[in-house]
Design a binder for this molecule. Sequence first.
Ligand SMILES: [Mn+2]
Length: 294
Amino acid sequence: MRDVHLLGIPMDLGAGRRGVDVGPSALRLARLTPTLERIGRRVVDHGNVPVAVPEATDDPEALAFVDAIAAAARATVDAATAMPEGATAVFLGGDHAVTIGTYAARAGRGRTGVLWIDAHADLNTPATSPSGNVHGMPAAVLMGEGDPRLVDVVPPDARLDPRDLVYVGLRSVDPAERALLAERGIRTYTMTDVDRRGIAAVAEEAAAHLAHVDRLHVSFDADVLDPDLAPGVGTPVPGGLSYREAHLLMEILAGTDLVTSVDLVEDNPMLDDRNRTADIVVEMAASLLGKTIL
Ligand SMILES: [Mn+2]
């Protein structure tokens, strides 16, 4: 099995509610490393990348903290470059804007598919965003849409092809995002699909849709989980994945043997109940990286 290399990105610059910058500590406290070691993975922890502190950042712009977010993304690319080619990278957020850097760090190494597992599409641009928060924009940035300072982090030849992006778990999508999903022909599996067809059929079809790529980047937003299960998120939406549904999704993705990088984002310990959201996210990571019942 591949070694696992961890990198924390303690960033809440992209989120509307503060506190998600403590996510990397919460995931480590939830025993991420020993849990992965127990399933036979060797784990190397690279610590955290430097990220600006909002109060110490002079940012008069309408689009909040975009220079600091771009700087954190470039620091993520630099730090991830030190990871060996054959390793599995696990990135600990931080808000979902960290994915601009995590995807950019990995996408140059072959055709990279992205499974975006999230209640939200994160497909806004500065022109369409209702909130102006960058954590609602990263998926658009990966495809080359949005503020050029963010778009420029992803090398032009590594931009995400809409055919290589699949969503699972959507249940809160803005009108402009809905239009972009349709215009680009992006494959989506909403919670309605999960309800009607079951998570096994959805997960298998999502994986089959990405079978042509060289490697898979799984971007796991904790708010895809039902907030009754995982309350520690800044933008909870009722009606999310259950504990067993999320586990089965992870197990089926693990079975593809294509997953070479993972984001664990949007865990906000300030909004959580005794770190239970981080505990569950660590369990999901273990299933995604090879833990099985037998
Ligand atoms: Mn998200």
